[in-house]
Design a protein around this ligand. Structure first.
Ligand code: GLA
Length: 390
């Protein structure tokens, strides 16, 4: 466990004990990186995420009534709601918890009241899926403390639905799935149509993945995220008029997208072209991991960024600069924006001995252009949601 993890863990336990007493169970769920496969999940494509060692920790205990008492340690904010009453006015973070409870009830699971304190070390708004980690840790913990017998796949869907119905983001299933199914040292290739997954060992040898945080918060982009989703759906509808067997962009090849540009129009064509090409890149990247071809993996990451920037148009100047700065650096094999876009982090594959230099270049140029300093997070790939025995 890294130092930040153990600090968070102790802080959460101490805060719970101060407020609610010594009798509780303890859980964690991680954020994620995504090696490649961006905006492909809601198009029934493939993704290649991995859970990381930045997590949310949760101390929780059921009560005998219908009241839920929550304390968010990092925000130092409390919230409560009654399971038998309509949704009260809640702070943003508490809507995710309320949503998870309601979506579990929707499945027919019986949840009663509980006390809970949580906190962690996933930077919020950095594109590392802190909200999915929150949904996952609550889903996982409630499943355990109330003996609900839900599978981790069901819990991932519960988290996704909480996001749709209570936070207003029509996200795909990647983040929640990765937070619940991650494995130390492995990336998981998820088929977002069948929801089958396969693990791939991530052995980066002399290289490592590093996140660079632009500190551009991406929450304002929620409506643009939903807009991209509609654009893809529109693309599918238009393609269906020519290719009856098309159910999602998963069924379409890049060459078909190009062939039907006159029907799609330029903008929708570019969106669909990006998605269909990115789906192919995930297959290639998984193969590159398998054969330990890091150069190939790096090239695919650069191509993914170019597509996200020029075709899908979900990047921003800060992300683009950070990626561009790596292009002449021989220590960097690949770099790209990661997650929903419009801010958050880049993910780069950098030679370990060159990390210091890589950071120096980024800091100097980023400060010069944007007047602020990016942060760097080294990552190690870890296990998904779990109970931590006390
Ligand atoms: C966000 C969503 C995911 C996925 C990514 C983009 O993280 O929550 O479902 O769509 O953006 O790949």
């Amino acid at each position: 466990m890294n130092t930040n993890n153990s600090i968070s863990l102790k802080r959460v336990k101490a805060a719970y004990e101060r407020q609610f007493g010594n009798d509780y169970r303890f859980f964690s769920a991680p954020g994620r990186i995504n090696i490649i496969g961006e905006h492909t999940d809601y198009n029934e494509g493939f993704v290649l995420p991995a859970a990381i060692d930045k997590k949310i920790y949760l101390a929780i205990k059921e009560t005998n009534d219908s009241k839920v008492n929550l304390f968010a340690l990092d925000m130092e904010e409390s919230a409560c709601f009654d399971l038998n009453k309509p949704q009260p006015d809640l702070p943003h973070w508490a809507k995710y918890v309320f949503g998870v409870v309601k979506e579990l009830e929707e499945l027919g699971s019986k949840v009663s009241g509980f006390n809970a304190t949580f906190g962690g070390d996933i930077p919020a708004g950095a594109g590392l899926s802190s909200s999915a980690a929150l949904e996952s840790v609550f889903g996982f913990a409630l499943n355990n403390i109330f003996g609900l017998n839900r599978s981790t796949l069901q819990l991932a869907k519960v988290g996704q639905m909480a996001e749709h119905n209570y936070a207003g983001v029509n996200c795909g299933i990647m983040d929640q799935f990765a937070s619940l199914h991650g494995k130390a040292g492995k990336a998981l290739k998820l088929d977002c149509r069948s929801l089958e997954h396969e693990y791939f060992t991530v052995d980066t040898g002399d290289y490592e993945f590093i996140l660079t945080d632009t500190h551009v918060k991406h929450s304002l982009a929620e409506s643009a995220y939903n807009k991209r989703r509609y654009e893809c759906e529109e693309g599918v509808m238009l393609l269906q008029s020519q290719m009856v067997q098309v159910h999602s962009l998963r069924d379409v090849k890049p060459k078909d997208v190009v062939a039907y540009e006159n029907i799609l129009g330029e903008e929708i064509m570019l969106r669909c072209l990006y998605v269909t090409e990115e789906i192919e890149r995930v297959r290639d990247a998984a193969e590159a991991l398998e054969t330990n071809d890091l150069e190939r993996l790096g090239e695919l990451m650069y191509k993914s960024h170019a597509g996200l920037r020029n075709q899908y148009m979900v990047s921003c100047a800060e992300l683009d600069l950070l990626v561009d700065l790596t292009k002449d650096n021989p220590d960097v094999l690949g770099s790209r924006m990661m997650g929903g876009g419009f801010g958050g982090c880049t993910l780069s594959l950098v030679k370990s001995s060159g990390i210091e230099h890589f950071e120096k270049i980024a800091v100097e140029n980023y400060q010069k252009t944007f007047g602020k300093t990016p942060s760097f997070y080294p990552i190690s790939i870890s296990d998904g949601a779990q109970e931590i025995l006390r």
